[in-house]
Ligand binder design. Structure first.
Ligand SMILES: NC(=O)c1ccc[n+]([C@@H]2O[C@H](COP(=O)([O-])OP(=O)(O)OC[C@H]3O[C@@H](n4cnc5c(N)ncnc54)[C@H](OP(=O)(O)O)[C@@H]3O)[C@@H](O)[C@H]2O)c1
Length: 369
């Protein structure tokens, strides 16, 4: 039997510790991947700071991590899409309530993943590039395609133009990078926001126009850009993105829906001042109430994305089975943003958390294993 090692979190606010972990064989619809690269998401360091406030069911010690790329080493009896030796990327869902399993966290050598949350990757694609996709891709897909969100047409190799335009606020985030590409592949025009230094980046991914989210005239400018267009809805990514998207959507014609990926506060200040948590919670509650009132009064629908809900509906198959493998192979979908590799070995996952918390610009923090 293989020996396994994991970057464990033993308690709230404890630094990660690399120690041995059990090797867990796959059940029917699962497979085990030997990870070659893992990527870090904001939720990883936020969970380290907040303990089990986001995932109240998890018990420490736990293994976090959503993004992995590696080689299949064992498949469950019901898995027919993959075989031992396949190169894959996978969205690890160990922190999901239904899974609640350290064996299914990405930050270890061998991770158990659900086969339907994985996709084969082209032989030419390095693992570190593939690892940037899973959670951001899933989150974008939940917001764009789920029936309780924007319910857009699905992406395909031959998209029919829908004649509609989507707003992606935060186009240079990992989630935004995937959202732009997915919606273009589904036949939508995309207007995005980012810093000016990333205008070319979001346009290369498929946005037709880009606006600076920090500009004092951005709301007016984006509304102007939507003149004569039919809105497909807005995907709001980034701090306070939902508030501005509500103002824009209110002034546009079309689908008055804001699908929200982010809360209105950021948590990195807690690293220095953990005592601020009650204030942040109060800010989240008060801004959620204000968003609710603002959206109801204006007749705009909103929904908060949970980037793992696709694992229980048809969107996971649409993305990980029907669309992504061929789109990656054809180069129609790229692994964006580029990886920023912080080191080799599980010992670097903590450095990865720290780097992601400090902030990135159109980059994904990755640890090579
Ligand atoms: N709900 C879910 O299930 C779920 C899942 C994953 C992520 N998220 C959330 O989605 C957000 C993005 O996550 P990520 O991993 O994609 O982030 P990320 O890649 O780490 O985001 C970095 C980017 O954020 C952009 N940015 C910073 N402040 C912004 C603002 N106020 N408005 C718009 N863009 C801003 C920066 O753009 P420039 O460099 O161009 O300035 C930078 O490129 C986070 O809030 C995260 O917590 C939610």
């Amino acid at each position: 039997m293989s020996t396994n090692t994991a970057a464990w979190i033993r308690a709230k606010q404890a630094q990660l510790e690399v120690k041995s972990a059990p090797y867990t064989p796959p059940r029917e619809n699962e497979m085990v991947v030997k990870n070659h690269a893992v990527a870090i998401n904001p939720v990883d360091w936020i969970t380290q700071l907040l303990g089990n406030l986001i995932f109240p069911w998890i018990k420490f010690p736990f293994v976090l991590g959503s993004d992995l790329a590696g080689e299949v080493v064992e498949v469950g009896k019901a898995v027919s899409r993959f075989k031992v030796g396949d190169r894959v990327l996978g969205h690890a869902v160990g922190a999901a309530k239904k899974r609640n399993s350290p064996a299914e966290g990405a930050f270890q050598t061998y991770t158990v993943i659900l086969a339907h949350m994985a996709a084969p990757i082209p032989s030419t694609m390095p693992y570190e590039n593939a690892s940037v996709l899973p959670l951001a891709l899933s989150t974008a897909a939940c917001g764009l395609f789920q029936k309780d969100h924007l319910a857009l047409e699905y992406p395909s190799a031959t998209p029919k133009p829908t004649g509609k335009t989507l707003l992606v606020w935060g186009g240079s985030t990992s989630v935004g990078s995937n959202a732009i590409q997915l919606s273009v592949a589904a036949g939508y025009e995309v207007i995005a926001t980012s810093s000016p230094g990333n205008f070319d980046y979001v346009k290369k991914l498929g946005a037709s126009q880009a606006f600076d989210y920090n500009s004092t005239t951005v709301v007016k400018d984006v509304i102007q850009a939507f003149k004569g267009k039919t809105l497909a809805g807005a995907l709001a990514v980034g701090k306070r993105s939902a508030e501005v998207c509500l103002d824009i959507v209110h002034a546009c014609n079309g689908n008055k829906f804001v699908s929200m990926a982010s809360t209105s506060v950021s948590f990195e200040t807690l690293a220095q001042r953990p005592g601020r948590l009650p204030i942040l919670i109060l800010q989240i509650v008060s801004s959620s109430v204000s968003l609710l009132v603002k959206s109801r009064v204006r007749n705009i629908r909103t929904n908060m994305i949970n980037g793992i809900t696709l694992m229980d509906n048809e969107v996971s198959k649409v993305i990980y089975e029907d669309f992504l493998p061929q789109a990656l192979a054809d180069g129609r979908f790229v692994a964006a943003p580029d990886p920023h590799i912080v080191g080799k070995g599980l010992e670097y996952v903590q450095a990865g958390f720290d780097a992601q918390m400090k902030g990135v610009s159109a980059k994904k923090v990755v640890v090579f294993l």
